[in-house]
Design a protein around this ligand. Structure first.
Ligand code: MOS
Length: 732
């Protein structure tokens, strides 16, 4: 099905199942511990052996000698695979560094060997017996010092200029010019990267934990030099990804190589301390923002420059992305620069670009509002735009940022906020409120599904779409139920297998809208097939309560499949509606913080998000996505930071004791409101993404609340108490 004209009324609009708060259909499996995650697939292949990965202990250089003889002779060892005996390996399109390094070492903890043994303990013990001598070479590990050598990236548009930024900024009566930094972040998902590999001849099956089945099937084939059809990926349950599992990582490749060498199925999980330096992370940024405005608060010049680093051949953390579209202003200058760093590979993490970009931009907006003496909400509203500022003929398909801000202000009690910082005190606590805008684009990607109807009237959906903890199973079941006039328990959803039709996958908050639209397309086809089988006119037949009706004839749906199962497949693909209209999602984030006047301890007291993100398919799972993202935003604001060892080039705090993420005690009451919205430009579902929108702006809302509480402006994340202490008002 080609979606190239705006959606009109369709069966989804009935909203009998779609749009209703619905418990996750996979919930019982999760809560009873019976959802099979990759490492636990003991049943899928007999006689599984264990692989343990050895990582490089230098950041850059080469292996001078590698002696695996003691490891090979160790008890229980079946195979040791290194770059020397692995055979010729390619590199996937989505990998920057090699997944199996050697002799060249590209980053610390790059995998250099896998030991396969009868037990996990034997594999781990033997890995310690591998003797490696390195020749270390000098690397670049510090973004601040590499900044001056940063260049335009070849992957993303690096320079954007509209009007005369320099002239307009210089002439603006009110200006700010400030620099902000965000540190390297780790995905720190609960389930580590894990894979089981089994070979049958030259055909490989991988039970793994992966967000993007088709990308990863391709990359696995490329890396191993196999035809794509020889690789099967199975990933039905995923314990979090946040972008860290958009691609194959060392566990997948080394399980495959280990299994080939051992002649047996092999399972490999990356240990927690290994993940931080072996896999990908969100790169640190330095961002300079300049805003010029009239005395009345109209932005006349906006400039945003962003610097980040990555390994040679890597990409940007594109922190300037949202500044292209969020606010009006005739004169604009944006620049993104990429430095070469020899730290582990940087790559996508939840709302790549916008998440760190808004952490800076939305503090800058707060600073500017204060300079102008305008309420920060009013300042944002004053500079709202309903068109793409770079191409004013392009409108937004929907844009309710102003409504998000206004209704949020009312709900949150914004009128109780003191405009002057440091004025609200409750006992030892300095109390403040902060606001930020949230923004994330809505991306369209084709997505296919197969649907089957059996004689009992059960519809089974098969697609390689993934559920990374997001609720995909449920919204897909809701979509099929709505389309076929069935209750939810008459729909079976099977996901995450490359044997199924290729979906959009889970990434960039595009999963929900695109994958359900693909199921919609397949169900339209199924309705036609059913109508034809039953002798109904497909255009007028109604699918209601498990029956198909036309005129005064009513037949149970399953009857259409009484002789044989009906199986159809279709995909949604898109025309150029997303070029004609800018499709984005919007939010306002409100935060109340309390800061201990004596110790600088920071507590978030309340959080509110108001989101405008198209039709909300399942308000319950959408809310869960947003509160999870808000929690991640709180982590980014207050605690998350990979500490870089700038001499040796690695992340020092490589476990969950050293890399702190919020726990329940850190997170207060969170409220999420979805504004009524349907977006006919996005798909027949009229939905958009929301899972990443939830983090976008949170960090700045926290920072702005801390400023409002204390009068201390911190521009270097995370905002830890040491950055406040010396500057707190002397009122303790
Ligand atoms: Mo997302 S960072 O594309 O999983």
């Amino acid at each position: 099905m080609k979606f190239d004209t705006p959606a009109t009324t369709n069966p989804i609009d009935q909203l009998k199942v779609v749009g209703k708060s619905t418990d996750r259909i996979d919930g019982p499996l999760k809560t009873t511990g019976t959802a099979p995650y990759a490492y636990e697939r003991h049943d899928v292949a007999p006689n599984q052996a264990y692989g343990h990965v050895l990582g490089a202990s230098i950041a850059k250089g080469r292996i001078a000698s590698l002696d695996t003889s003691a490891a090979r002779a160790a008890p229980g060892v079946l195979a040791v695979v290194t770059a020397k005996n692995a055979g010729k390996l390619g590199k996937g399109k989505f990998n920057t560094a090699k997944l199996l390094g050697g002799p060249e070492i590209e980053h610390y903890h790059q995998a250099i060997a896998v030991v396969v043994a009868e037990t996990f303990e034997q594999a781990r013990a033997a890995a310690q017996l591998i003797r490696v001598d390195y020749v270390r070479s000098k690397g670049a590990f510090d973004l601040a010092s590499a900044k001056s050598s940063a260049v335009a990236s070849t992957r993303e548009q690096a320079d954007i200029a509209v009007g005369d930024f320099a002239g307009a900024f210089a002439a603006a009566p009110v200006q700010i010019d400030a620099t902000y930094t965000t540190p390297d972040h780790a995905h720190a998902m609960m389930e580590p990267h894990a894979s089981i590999a089994a070979w049958e001849g030259d055909k490989l099956t991988l039970w793994t934990s992966n967000q993007m089945i088709d990308w990863s099937k391709s990359d696995m084939a490329t890396t191993l030099g196999l035809p794509k059809e020889n690789v099967r990926l199975v990933s039905p349950y995923i314990g979090g990804g946040f972008g860290g599992k958009l691609w194959i990582r060392a566990d997948a490749l080394l399980a495959a190589l280990g299994a080939r060498a051992a002649g047996r199925p092999v399972k490999v999980a990356l240990t927690r301390p290994f993940m931080f330096n072996n896999t990908t992370h969100r790169p640190a940024t330095i961002q300079r923002i300049r805003i010029g405005a009239t005395k009345e608060g109209k932005i006349t010049a906006i400039g945003h420059e962003g610097w980040s680093g990555d390994l040679p051949g890597g990409g940007l953390e594109n922190a300037i992305a949202q500044t292209r579209l969020l606010y009006a202003g005739a004169n604009r200058m944006l620049a993104a620069r990429l430095a070469t760093l020899d730290l582990p590979e940087g790559n996508a993490m939840r709302a790549p670009g916008e998440a760190p970009g808004l952490m800076a931009l939305e503090i800058a907006m707060d600073e500017m509002a204060e300079k102008l003496g305008i309420d920060p909400i009013e300042f944002r509203i004053l500079n709202d735009t309903q068109v793409d500022p770079e191409k004013p003929e392009r409108r937004f398909s929907q844009r309710q940022l102003v409504e998000c801000l206004r209704s949020g202000a009312q709900r949150f009690g914004w009128n109780k906020r003191s405009a002057t910082p440091g004025r609200t005190r409750e006992g030892r606590w300095l109390v403040g409120m902060g606001v930020a805008a949230g923004f994330r684009n809505n991306l369209l990607a084709k997505s296919a599904a197969r649907v089957r109807l059996d004689r009992s009237g059960v519809v089974t959906v098969e697609t390689d779409m993934t559920d990374i903890g997001t609720g995909t199973y449920t919204i897909i079941a809701q979509t099929a139920a709505e389309m076929m006039g069935l209750p939810l328990d008459k729909v079976v959803v099977r996901l995450g297998d490359s044997a199924f039709p290729v979906s959009a996958g889970s990434g960039g908050q595009w999963g929900a809208n695109n994958s359900t639209a693909g199921v919609y397309a397949a169900c339209v086809k199924l309705r036609e097939a059913v109508a034809q089988k039953l002798g109904f006119d497909a255009a007028t037949a109604e699918f209601v309560d498990g029956k198909v009706r036309s005129g005064d004839r009513s037949v149970p749906l399953g009857q259409a499949a009484s002789e044989a199962e009906i199986v159809v497949e279709d995909l949604i693909e898109y025309g150029d509606l997303d070029k004609k209209y800018q499709q984005s999602t919007f939010a306002s984030h409100f935060v109340e913080t309390a800061v201990d006047a004596a110790t600088g301890e920071i507590r978030i007291r309340r959080m509110l998000a108001v989101c405008a993100a198209g039709r909300i398919l399942n308000p319950k799972s959408a809310r869960s996505q947003v509160i999870g993202a808000m929690t991640m935003g709180a982590g980014a604001a207050l605690m998350e930071e990979l500490a870089v060892d700038k001499r040796l080039g690695f992340f020092v705090n490589h476990d969950l004791a050293g890399y702190e993420v919020p726990v329940h005690a850190d997170i207060p009451h969170q409220e999420v409101v979805f504004l009524d919205e349907t977006d006919p430009m996005s798909s027949p579902m009229k939905a958009k993404g929301v899972g990443e929108l939830g983090i976008c702006g949170v960090g700045a809302a926290v920072a702005n609340a801390i400023y409002n509480a204390t009068g201390v402006r911190v521009r270097e994340y995370p905002i830890t108490l040491d950055k406040l202490l010396a500057k707190l008002p002397s009122v303790a």
